[in-house]
Design a protein around this ligand. Structure first.
Ligand SMILES: Nc1ncnc2c1ncn2[C@@H]1O[C@H](COP(=O)(O)OP(=O)(O)O)[C@@H](O)[C@H]1O
Ligand SMILES: [Mg+2]
Length: 407
């Protein structure tokens, strides 16, 4: 594996990350500016001071709904107003924005994202409904799709909410995997949103009992093609990560084994894509009755992403909370290295309260891994002393009263 290690060392010389970040009416910040280095960045402050909000803002430089999966309407700054009866109401500015100067292997780009209000004509009447949409600008030009961001910037994150990822329903695991995929394959973000759109339309059409079988068949055709492309991309990413992890040290962050549990993905084990497309089309046709009965139809919308503690052969959902966090860190570290190697630029790491649940040994190991990766990593904590050993090579920012101060 010497050659791989050597490649990585060469590639990480070219740095990538956020060099300037500006938030406008974003959550608790009216206006915030940060000049950042491509290095570890420790953001500290009391509970509720606004640390996660900064990481969330950075996550909006990637496609999707950010690291909280938030509704656009919750993000613009709420300003509490106490009126004369001592009751509290809120006012809000009309919009919010995140702007960033991005360094991508030495090239500088300006990315901005904000919400835009639009009017949509309702189906039948001359009525309009207003709706909000997130728009993206790259160097001042409006991008046709959020997926275009993937060519300039990429981020991977670990948040406290993900502590529960291995337990319960498959949706958060699937979303996690899909984000890993589109860091490599920008088209994947487009496919996922296209599939969701088709699925909703198909579902509604069946529920409305509109017997337009030609329309349904054409939706099923498109869902099958898009679905098989989604399944194939997921398989490729899981195989890529598993192969990469083979050569990674099995240390305090244990080796993981990744698996896909999905009907379409399984079919691709033994059949050609065209065959699986036909099979999926027939499956959808048969499953129209599922929708009528309020059952969730099977397909790429139900695929589960399974993670195992390799040495123990233990499924992640049966591991302890601390072990689960370590498994998650293992995946994120593998993804980061793999992405740097194959894609040519490093992702930015967003580590929200990552030290929680880790013992001292693991905390130190994580710090040394972050240092070795030599990339930009935003780390939030209520206790900056935990990261004291990073002092000489990291930026430290304190958050207080909705403002940021560099140490
Ligand atoms: N849309 C909003 N407008 C104004 N304040 C908000 C908004 N959304 C969340 N907040 C505030 O932001 C704070 C939480 O910030 P967060 O970044 O999660 O804190 P922490 O430092 O604990 O990570 C809370 O005080 C919350 O009330
Ligand atoms: Mg937080």
């Amino acid at each position: 594996m010497d050659s791989l290690a050597c490649n990585l060392a060469n590639l990480t010389v070219l740095k990538s990350g956020v060099e300037r970040l500006t938030l406008t009416d974003f959550r608790n910040y009216a206006n915030l500016r940060i000049r950042a280095e491509i290095a570890p960045i420790v953001v500290y402050g009391e509970n509720g001071s606004g640390k996660t909000n900064i990481l969330e803002a950075i996550s909006f430089l990637t496609p999707g709904r950010g690291l909280r999966g938030a509704r656009l309407n919750d993000i613009k700054r709420f300003i509490p107003q106490v009126n004369y009866e001592n009751s509290v109401s809120f006012v809000s500015p009309l919009s919010w924005a995140v702007a960033a100067e991005i360094c991508n292997n030495g090239d500088v780009f300006n990315i901005a994202t904000a919400v835009e209000k639009n009017l949509k004509e309702l189906d039948d009447a001359d009525e309009y409904r207003s709706f909000e949409r997130r728009i993206v600008k790259i160097d001042g030009n409006k991008a046709s799709s959020q997926a275009d961001l993937g060519r300039y910037f990429s981020a991977v994150w670990i948040t406290p909410q993900m502590d529960r990822m291995f337990r319960g329903g498959s949706q958060p695991r699937r979303a996690f995997l899909d984000r890993l995929v589109y860091a490599f394959d920008t088209e994947h973000a487009k496919r996922i949103s296209a599939f969701e759109h088709l699925y909703r339309e198909w579902y509604k059409l069946i529920k409305d009992a509109r017997k337009d079988s030609r329309w349904l068949a054409s939706l099923e055709e498109e869902m099958a093609t898009t679905g098989v492309a989604i399944a194939a991309a997921r398989r490729e990413q899981v195989a890529r990560l598993n192969a990469f992890i083979e050569n990674e040290p099995d240390d305090v962050f244990p080796s993981v084994m990744l698996e896909l549990d999905g009907i379409v993905e399984k079919s691709l084990d033994t059949k050609a894509a065209v065959e699986v497309e036909e099979e999926y089309r027939n499956l959808l046709l048969k499953q129209r009755y599922c929708v009528m009965n309020n059952d969730t139809p099977d397909g790429v919308n139900r695929t589960d992403f399974k993670v195992f503690f390799k040495k123990k052969g233990m499924p992640a959902e049966l591991c302890s909370t601390g072990e689960q966090k370590s498994l998650l860190i293992s995946i994120i570290l593998a993804q980061t290295k793999c992405q740097t190697l194959y894609k040519g630029f490093a992702p930015v790491l967003l580590l929200d309260e990552v030290a929680a649940h880790l013992d001292d040994n693991k905390k130190e190991a994580l710090i040394s891994k972050i240092r070795d990766l030599n990339i930009q990593a935003w780390i939030t904590t209520t206790n900056p002393d935990i990261f004291a050993s990073l002092r000489s090579r990291a930026q430290f920012f304190k958050i207080k009263n909705n403002q940021i101060f560099e140490d």
